[in-house]
Design a protein. Structure first.
Length: 420
């Protein structure tokens, strides 16, 4: 079949890598793709937020299956457009993608289905929000309701920080995404990511991972999109996964179906775990980035079969085969990230690295200039390895990192520390 993947980051490189290995794949196009993706698939310039343009592209290229990578096209209704045109699509409708696009909506769903999450209040004006913060006292978490590229969450460890968050959001720092504010109880504990495929009715666990959000070693410095990940996350034991499926995921899927907006795609549950119980921090309507990279390295070719079963409503018969393995990815970023950084620096040493079912450098933000791979984003490379133990996967990933010649890049040296 002919497959179109929308997106151009490390997540989409990993999806393309897995899809490409499945014999069902005839032609693979990734739009817009990046320099790494271009080595294994066709890439195409396409406005992936424009549903009509995506539908026209599919018709021109006889596309049989569309896989949507990032949240922005989902929130913009691109999966609605392709499905309406009769094209098999992996990814939720805009109505179902509200589980990521509106934090207030997610809270409403949790209330309706009894899923455990942080206590909260919603505000559309600053003064009542300030009064609530003074009455409750810190710590509190202040969030812009809408999509803010991961930046709309302010940890109010003191009352002053929480109040400053109100000024920032209602002051317009996040535009329309900040028209409403959600103030949450602070949850202590350890975070983990749980991925579930849902065809609207059946929910299938699709792997666990742990991300590293802070830029610096020892979880210090500002938040980022994620500086590294590993899978599986040992804290999400089989028993805990079953608790999360029973208390959080299946009730959410049932509530979305009951409302006439069934959830079809991957549901990413961000969890906070304390004393052996999990509560929901947030939902995302797509794979995590860089969590997808470790999941795909572990799943390989079977990933496409499961994404197809999800899109075709056949998850009840799907079985995921996991090896007793571990994967770990180290994000290499441009110096300055998550603040200002320079584009265009040359990256050497990539050609000498192994590329096989246990070692892959997924490209997140790269370009080619005069035949040379260059940095074209903040997060640039995802150096990923798989092995029989997490320690061995970590050693293999850092061996690859150390062979890359990119003086203007940096990475954390401690990815995996929680589980090791
Ligand atoms: P979100 O965008 O909602 O995932 O929030 C970003 C990050 O903020 C999460 O990954 C957590 O580390 C943290 N966070 C969000 N909400 C809470 C909460 N209620 N309690 C503690 N930490 C939180
Ligand atoms: N790595 C976190 C995310 O994709 O949201």
């Amino acid at each position: 079949m002919n497959i179109l993947i929308l997106g151009g980051g490390g997540r989409e490189h990993a999806l393309a890598w897995a899809v490409k290995q499945n014999p069902k794949t005839d032609r693979l196009i990734v739009a817009p793709g990046n320099a790494g993706i271009a080595r294994l698939a066709e890439t195409a310039a396409l406005d992936i937020l424009d549903g009509a343009a995506v539908v026209a592209f599919c018709a021109d290229n006889a596309i049989d299956f569309v896989i949507v990578g990032p949240e922005a096209p989902l929130a913009a209704g691109v999966a609605d457009a392709t499905r309406a045109a009769g094209i098999l699509t992996f990814g939720p409708s805009a109505a179902a993608a509200r589980l990521e696009a509106s934090k207030a909506f997610t809270k409403e769903i949790c209330d309706a289905c009894g899923a455990p999450t942080a206590g909260y209040a919603r505000f559309t004006e600053a003064e009542p929000a300030r009064a609530y913060i003074r009455a409750k006292g810190a710590p509190l978490v202040v969030k812009a309701d809408g999509l803010a590229a991961g930046k709309g969450v302010i940890m109010g460890m003191t009352e002053a920080e929480a109040l400053a968050g109100i000024d920032e959001i209602f002051g317009g720092a996040f535009g329309e995404a900040g028209a409403e504010v959600v103030i949450e109880e602070f949850m202590a504990g350890e975070e983990a990511s749980f991925f579930i495929l849902s065809d609207g009715e059946t929910a299938l666990p699709f792997g666990t991972a742990q991300d590293h959000k802070r830029v610096g070693d020892g979880d210090t410095g500002p938040n980022t999109g994620g500086m590294g990940a590993y899978s599986p996350a040992p804290i999400l034991s089989e028993a805990l996964q079953e608790q999360v499926m029973a208390d959080i995921v299946r009730p959410t899927i049932a509530e979305m179906a009951r409302r006439g907006t069934p959830y079809q795609g991957v549901l990413y549950a961000g969890l906070m775990i304390q004393d052996g119980r999990a509560r929901l921090v947030e939902y995302n309507c797509r794979f995590g980035d860089p969590e997808c990279q470790v999941l795909m390295l572990r799943l390989g070719a079977q990933a496409l079969d499961h994404l197809l079963a999800c899109a075709e409503g056949r998850l009840a018969e799907a079985r995921v085969t996991w090896a007793e393995d571990h994967a770990l990815t180290v994000v290499m970023a441009a110096q300055g990230y998550p603040g200002a950084y320079r584009k265009g620096s040359a990256i050497g040493g990539l050609d000498a690295l192994p590329e096989d079912s246990r070692h892959m450098v997924f490209h997140a933000g790269t370009a080619v200039q005069d035949g040379q791979i260059t940095a074209a984003g903040g997060r640039v490379l995802n150096v990923t390895a798989r092995a029989d133990s997490l320690r061995a996967a970590q050693e293999a990933a850092y061996r690859m990192v150390d062979a890359i010649d990119w003086p203007e890049g940096f990475c954390r040296r401690d990815i995996g520390w929680r589980a090791l």
